[in-house]
Write a protein that binds this ligand. Structure first.
Ligand code: KIV
Length: 299
């Protein structure tokens, strides 16, 4: 909000009255009723507010933030404090959607106690309603569940394992790997995970896991048979400056929109076409008269 924007000035803030909050149990109910779950990543106030107002069910403050917002090569360097900073911004933009935030690499890999302590910070300091954990960390999921912190699991292509995987590759492509993934998914659900993200796995594998689990699966690069889908916001609106992966569908071209707007602005500034007289503040008449008479007395 610019300092010259006055709230109430044509603002379209929705009231809370008409909003039914999305909760973890509500997502499970959606699965039972066969309603598909929409989800998107979010990192700041304006885009999370737009996503929430568009009726997206789940907003994830993904550690993809490291790449798409901070311009880093992978997700590994982002810290808990940086994730909390962005989660707080998203929190202010969200009224209806379930707010989930990623725990970054290193924040839960040392011990269950460390993971629990960090997860508590997400809830207390940033208003997260669930945390997402990569990998089959069953003991940690159990501990978080026992501590009343809802958990979203994340299996398949887990970007925090990029070095172990040797790059971002589709996972579960052999019979052994499929059986392992299924067992991990069941173990996470058993330990209390309320939702499971399946990333970068064959459609058939995601479909099989989705059919077996009582909890909803949210797919990314996992085919259309999951209980919901998630995309990285910057992929969806073309703000990544890179060719998109096979599973990405671009729903808009924010890069073109922003580039055109910025070029027009620069040209207008260079030609003194911005700001116009209508876009300028003016002295009140009384002050103008007083200054003119002061100037006359000085002369
Ligand atoms: O960090 C992220 O954006 C994610 C999604 C891709 C699921 O984990």
């Amino acid at each position: 909000m610019s300092i010259t924007h006055f709230p109430g000035d044509g603002e379209t803030t929705p009231t809370n009255a008409s909003i039914t909050k999305v909760t973890m149990p509500a997502l499970a109910e959606m699965k039972r009723q066969g309603k598909l779950i929409s989800s998107i990543t979010a990192y700041d106030y304006p885009t999370s507010r737009l996503a929430d107002e568009a009726g997206i069910d789940l907003l994830l403050v993904g550690d993809s933030l490291a790449m798409v917002v901070m311009g880093l090569e992978n997700t590994l360097a982002i810290t808990v404090d940086e994730m909390l900073h962005h989660t707080r911004a998203v929190r202010r933009g969200v009224r209806r959607a379930l707010l989930v935030a990623d725990m970054p690499f290193g924040s839960y890999h040392g011990s269950v106690a460390e993971g629990l302590a960090n997860a508590i910070r997400y809830v207390k300091e940033a208003g997260a309603e669930a945390v997402k954990i990569e990998g089959p960390r069953v003991e940690l999921v159990q501990a978080l569940t026992d501590a009343e912190i809802p958990v979203v699991g994340h299996l398949g292509l887990t970007p925090q394992s990029v070095h172990r995987m040797g790059g971002y590759r589709v996972q579960a492509r052999t019979a052994d790997a499929v059986l392992r993934l299924k067992a991990d998914a069941l173990a996470l659900a058993e330990a209390g995970a309320g939702v499971l993200v399946l990333e970068g796995v064959p459609r058939e594998v995601a479909a099989g896991i989705t059919a077996e689990l009582a909890i909803p699966t949210i797919g990314i690069g996992a085919g259309p048979d999951c209980d919901g889908q998630i995309l990285v916001f910057h992929d969806l609106v073309n703000l990544t400056f890179a060719p998109s992966a096979k599973f990405v569908r671009r729903y808009g071209d924010a890069a073109a929109l922003i580039r055109t707007a910025l070029e027009h602005y620069r040209e207008d500034v260079e030609h003194r076409a911005f700001p116009s007289d209508e876009e300028s503040y003016h002295l009140p008449e009384a002050a103008r008269v007083a200054l003119a008479s002061l100037a006359m007395r000085k002369a």
